[in-house]
Design a binder for this molecule. Sequence first.
Ligand code: PEP
Ligand code: MG
Length: 888
Amino acid sequence: MPKFVFDFTEGNKDLKDLLGGKGANLAEMTNLGLPVPPGFTISTEACRHYLEHGTVPEGLAAEVDEHLAALEREMGKRLGQADDPLLVSVRSGARFSMPGMMETVLNIGLNDESVAGLATQSGSERFAWDSYRRLIQMFGKTVLDLDGDLFEDALEAAKEAKGTKDDADLEAADFRALVATFKDIVREHAGREFPGDPREQMDLAVKAVFDSWNAPRAILYRRQERIPTDLGTAVNICSMVFGNLGLDSGTGVAFTRDPASGQQGIYGDYLQNAQGEDVVAGIRNTVALTELERIDKASYDQLLQIMEKLENHYRDMCDIEFTIERGKLWMLQTRVGKRTAAAAFRIACQLLDQGLIDADEAARRVTGDQLAQLMFPRFDGDRTDGTTRLTKGMNASPGAAVGKVVFSSPRAVELAARGEDVILVRRETNPDDLSGMVAAQGVLTSRGGKTSHAAVVARGMGKVCVCGAEELEVDVKGRTFTAPGDVVVNEGDVISIDGSTGDVFLGEVPVKDSPVVRYFEGAATAGDGDELVTAVDRIMRHADARARMAVRANADNPEDAARARRFGAQGIGLCRTEHMFLGDRRQLVEKLILAENAEERQSALDALEPLQKADFEGIFEAMDGLPVTIRLIDPPLHEFLPDLTELSVKVALAGDGADPQDRRLLEAVHRLHEQNPMLGLRGVRLGLVIPGLFSMQVRAIAEAAAARRDAGGDPRPEIMIPLVGAVQELEAIREEARGILAQVAEATGVDVPALIGTMIELPRAALTAGQIAEAAEFFSFGTNDLTQTTWGFSRDDVEAAFFSRYLDLGIFGVSPFETLDREGVGRLVRIAAEEGRKTRPGLKLGICGEHGGDPDSVHFCHEVGLDYVSCSPFRVPVARLEAGRAAL
Ligand code: PEP
Ligand code: MG
């Protein structure tokens, strides 16, 4: 027979799965000898049984009987005993904290008889009747599902009749009358009497707590916090202590350090003569916890001792709830406290200095996501004057952005090209807005949630985004939006959006650089006295020392390469050469595509080659001495041609007078048009079909390397072939490339060795990796395409079309484009890594898809044995930290 009920003396802090966080920590404190009111916990297992079958498990009632009897013996009084009642609280407590999402009922055990006993024992008639009315009120609302306003209105009416606004002016007789009124409300609206039997009260309250696991707000909270839906909650039954027995009583909350800054000290609030719910309801203002020293020195001193003991025991910042009953301190809850990103780094280092944790543990206490948060620019909160707060939307992608309002992507691109900062404002975005999103400082939408296209894409790009600002009326055609109070904002007006809070301001709120970015840039150092920077520096050093994997960057120009290097990149994992074919050079690509014979083609390639060579020289210089993986051109060529529709319209409108060049272009666009370009003529296929294209690129790489060597540099090129599905494809290109490398070596007299390898971004490549490794000196997992091709998802289409629905349905907890799908895509990566290394033991393995900068995916890459991850320059510190943490 499984055991469902555990006395506080039976549990410990590591049993959170079974006892919930609150129950496990109450047990831990009990065993530490701290003053915890005695009680017991009904396990999450009992809740899961109840939720599944609709009834409590067999044997639960008997177990509760047993524990209740033991509790009654310990307290020397029975639940609801008429002359001296034991009263209990019934509280929820799940594995993960879900603040305020589930239910609690206090004062269980009061009825028409025991209220008199409580009056006698407490010496306060008023207190007893107030407690009784609170029970009926909470019970009615929580257990019987009645509208809370019914009770609130009756309470208000009682105060009004008395001519007061303050609960404190109500007397015993008033509360006694309220009890009668509340019972009438129950009878009328619940169709039953308020149960006088204490045990029935308790059993119903337990079920209500179980049920509250599936309250709509709890479901919503779990979805947002990615808490599994099937855990269930434990129920804690705890003997009541009262903070509302007079001025020598009270209740409070405290942190063992400042959760915002990490500073050590006394942080918390205290409310005299009150219960916990009064603090939440805000009926009176709390005082700072330090005031308690004046109010009740003995309790204050004891509390500080306990806080120190808890910190030393948990080896972490804790938060606590406590009550003082007539000068006696009771601990009602503790847990490792939530904190800001900055506090996490600071606290980890403080605890390290105190000798409570070691450096490995300090690195475990922070996350890459927290580091990323510290790197966003921020608004200078002290300088918002001259601005107006317009509204608040959802904080979809953190950071601070200021710019002129624009309502279309082309306009965003146009103004950005002139060097203006813009904020793209839309009702919602779609894949067509990508260019505008890239050009803008930030994105603001009036519709859609945190998984809307705008939110997902903005986070992916590290772009500031506020979404779902529903109070805004966006009129894209009229190029204006209206905020509450009829504030009209037109195109060109400056707004500021805060992606960390969701705030939207009219006007310019000054922005300041994050000190952590200045540190990574080398503009600030750990010696400057900023505690946060020092903490980041210490933890990063330790992570670097621990990491087995290297971190490289995806960069395709010398500036990005240099920044990546400052941020600690150990090379380039992906240089996308197609990015070098944009702008003015697009015309040269057009020439190449339109070439009608070998001569024309060669002349187009000859024009491109010196430009490519110069690009590579700059990158080799920025990454001198470090590997640079250059990927030969990947996308389908029509991406370099004008848009089919636009060009068709242009040619059609011009009729007979159409420019012959336009006609030729249109023909080429038609010829190259593909139904599904992602799966069409791209990658290695281009190299095999367009003569001379890859050779030109390889020659540019080899000549650039030779030139760098001549100039005294140490270039380390690696040539990467994209979208290979069969070893034969790679073999053909490899032969071509080797030939060119040999030619250049001979012509220049400088032989710079270059590895030749491939991307693994098609399932077939992964499944035949053993063969492909015969021809490849390295593999780099292109998990963007590998995710697309494994799932059969076209990323640009699916994210906007149905990903939010899939997330809602729980088909995946997070987009597989954000975090690597371990079971599917990950399985292919694992197979390819193993089989590739079986063929070629020293095979170098890396990843260059977006996942290379995602914390969970970095841990996966470590587990599979990759040599490096590669990500965008700005994510490099995050990947470094996670590569180190993965190795702990
Ligand atoms: C990939 O597919 O993961 C990759 C890095 O290539 P791209 O994103 O350029 O297709
Ligand atoms: Mg790819």
